[in-house]
Design a protein around this ligand. Structure first.
Ligand SMILES: CC(C)(COP(=O)(O)OP(=O)(O)OC[C@H]1O[C@@H](n2cnc3c(N)ncnc32)[C@H](O)[C@@H]1OP(=O)(O)O)[C@@H](O)C(=O)NCCC(=O)NCCS
Length: 200
């Protein structure tokens, strides 16, 4: 990771101070494939504030000077809404013992130098500090390989996630709904979970 980039865990007033920067960053990054998300500032602000209200949450921001260029979120799975916890409850998991890594976003020009790895390290260290979680989990959108908006140079993150020790669990699928860029209505998206043990 470049020495110029600083990772900071944001909570309370620091989170509130950067909320608009974080919201804009998420909208900019999620516009691209595979998310193609047509986001709104109001929704993103509310979503980020909901993280601030969760006792165990963390938001890790990447700064280049004073500019927020990346961010990653995480919180106890028990604080997530039903559509996230449902596949776990249906398969008998104790959601009180799962720590959920929300999203990582980084501006394109900063990718490939280990900042994404730093996001995982910070979130995993934060989750381990509670000593009460059996699983770390996150999910990624499952787009078809021949999706018309998939760029030719798109690099899937599967290998990166496997290297971090996560395994894909195709039996654990949540359904998120959002409006794709260019669409007039929201559509349902299958989100497949990846899991790892905190201390393998
Ligand atoms: C996820 C994300 C934050 C990772 O950030 P990053 O700093 O590029 O990650 P790192 O440098 O630590 O790791 C790079 C890994 O990502 C892969 N990668 C993906 N896109 C890349 C790019 N444009 N440039 C370089 N590497 C890229 C590399 O192959 C590398 O994998 P490796 O460890 O097998 O070599 C970033 O790719 C991103 O913002 N993606 C768009 C949003 C997204 O899909 N988020 C994940 C789901 S919420």
């Amino acid at each position: 990771m470049s020495a110029a980039i600083r990772l900071e865990r944001l909570t309370g007033p620091a989170l509130e101070r950067h909320i608009d920067d974080l919201a804009r960053l998420r909208i900019a990054v999620f516009r691209d494939f595979p998310y193609l998300y047509d986001g709104s500032l109001d929704y993103e602000r509310d979503y980020l504030r909901s993280y601030g209200r969760s006792r165990g949450s963390v938001i890790v921001a990447a700064f280049d000077g004073t500019a927020v260029v990346g961010a990653a979120t995480a919180l106890p799975m028990a604080d997530e809404p039903d559509y996230v916890t449902k596949p776990f409850l249906a398969r008998g998991y104790d959601i009180a013992r799962i720590f959920y890594f929300g999203e990582s976003v980084l501006l394109k020009s900063y990718r490939g130098t280990g900042i994404g790895l730093g996001f995982f390290e910070h979130r995993e260290a934060h989750a381990r500090s509670f000593g009460e979680f059996d699983w770390f989990a996150f999910c990624g959108v499952d787009r078809p390989a021949d999706h018309p908006k998939r760029p030719d140079d798109y690099i899937p993150l599967d290998r990166f996630w496997q290297k971090r020790g996560f395994a894909r669990h195709p039996e654990l699928v949540a359904h998120f709904s959002w409006r794709d860029i260019g669409d007039s209505a929201q559509t349902d998206k299958p989100m497949v979970f990846w899991l790892k043990r905190p201390n393998p």
